[in-house]
Write a protein that binds this ligand. Structure first.
Ligand code: NI
Length: 153
């Protein structure tokens, strides 16, 4: 099997807040990230597709096509947006790297026509990333974001 990875970047704002917790608890758990005015990140997303190279093209999938999918599904939705307010797929979830990786998986996975989505990695900074991979049984990862019923504000 061969894995091929495409990287894409976008910038967005967010904050962390669980409406089921008190102001103090939110501050204790999320620290500066709980400031309701939000703050920005330059995100890097790596999307990995696994498969065999097509003998006719030498490629697992057409990387130009993958780039277009990532621009449409990720950048068009999230670039220069406020992730708490403007991305319906994140509604009700705290927009952490973890939840973002799961949402991006669900957006991109159905669009991959050759090979199989293998990994989605979301970097919030060069030091921090979360990744979503197939379950050990080969199933798609399930929702990471059903825990907090954040109000849609
Ligand atoms: Ni942040």
């Amino acid at each position: 099997m061969i894995r091929v990875t495409r990287k894409i970047e976008f910038s967005a704002a967010h904050f962390y807040h669980n409406p089921n917790l008190s102001v103090e608890e939110n501050r204790r758990i999320f620290g500066k990230c709980s400031n309701l005015h939000g703050h920005g990140h330059n995100y890097t997303v790596e999307v990995t597709v696994a498969g065999e190279a097509d003998p006719a093209t030498g490629m697992v999938l057409n990387l130009k096509e993958l780039k277009e999918i990532l621009e449409r599904e990720i950048c068009d939705r999230m670039d220069h947006r406020h992730l708490n307010y403007e991305v319906p797929e994140l509604a009700g979830q705290i927009p952490t790297c973890e939840n973002l990786a799961a949402v991006i998986w669900r957006l991109v996975e159905p669009k991959i026509s050759q090979g199989r989505l293998d990994r989605v990695r979301v970097y919030e900074s060069p030091e921090i990333f979360a990744e979503c991979t197939l379950e050990p049984n080969g199933n798609a990862p399930h929702s990471a974001g059903s825990g907090a019923k954040a109000e849609s504000r």
